[in-house]
Design a protein around this ligand. Structure first.
Ligand code: ATP
Ligand code: ZN
Length: 223
């Protein structure tokens, strides 16, 4: 492919919980992009950086494969993807960010009694994060059967697809609406700025230093 040698390429979520905050952060760093989202790839007007708008699930791989130099993605999605790939050496977490906060939690139907993790031994657990869930149960020494679903995890118990779930929670209102209650947090997450692990060429490295300096100023100001 004909990749520009001197422009950073940053992958961000096209449409979802991280999109507005990602764009706002760039704006706060003085990087101007106009009419986002109509195009897949957008050039910043006043900075050597191009934005690629994609599904959040694709961001770790795009960065690890070097298609993009940088990405803004939830640490939950990043960690799941790294476990799937079997290595954490293809990317560097440059900064954790102050948005996209959530936790991956085990939740049970309200009526199911719970005294501790051992109560879940042998149960079926529905999740979109099979790797993180599998790792947690293995670390805790509790056997469990993982049922992988790409969405609507919270209805799995009612459908009889699973006994309990492991899903993202921020406010807890989705759980409540589905008569579930969170009992254990297995992973705490915020968004992060990640970079491909190979060194940037000098032009890009210089531009990235400026991005980081501005970002640190913005994050410090926000406290
Ligand atoms: P896409 O179409 O890009 O695949 P998605 O539906 O998978 O989007 P979103 O729901 O927009 O993803 O969530 C993106 C990220 O936002 C999550 O991976 C997580 O890091 C973060 N997040 C923060 N709060 C929540 C929450 N309450 N539920 C789910 N994700 C949350
Ligand atoms: Zn997604």
């Amino acid at each position: 492919a004909n990749l520009p040698k001197d422009r950073l390429r940053l992958a961000i979520q096209k449409s979802g919980r991280l999109s507005t905050d990602s764009l706002d952060l760039l704006k706060a760093c003085g990087i101007k992009v106009k009419s986002p989202k109509e195009k897949l790839l957008l050039h910043a007007d006043n900075f050597p950086l191009d934005l690629l708008f994609v599904r959040d699930d694709d961001i770790p791989q795009l960065v690890m494969d070097g298609v993009c130099d940088l990405g803004i993605v939830g640490q939950n999605v990043l960690e799941e993807s790294a476990l799937e790939r079997g290595t954490t050496s293809a990317y560097v977490v440059e900064r954790t960010l102050d948005f996209g906060g959530c936790r991956l939690a085990i939740a049970l139907p309200e009526e199911r009694p719970y005294t501790g993790l051992k109560d879940l031994a042998g149960l079926r657990i529905a999740t979109s994060y099979p790797q993180l869930t599998k790792r947690y149960f293995a670390q805790q020494g509790v056997p469990a059967e993982i049922v992988t679903l790409s969405g609507s995890v919270e209805i799995a118990p009612r459908l009889g697809l699973a006994d309990v779930i492991c899903d993202l929670v921020s406010s807890g209102s989705t759980l409540e609406a589905n008569k579930l209650r969170a009992v254990e947090t297995i992973f705490k997450s915020t968004a992060a700025l990640i970079r491909n692990a190979r060194p940037l060429n000098p032009e890009k490295a210089h531009a990235f230093d400026i991005v980081l300096r501005r970002l640190d100023g913005v994050q410090k100001a926000a406290g």
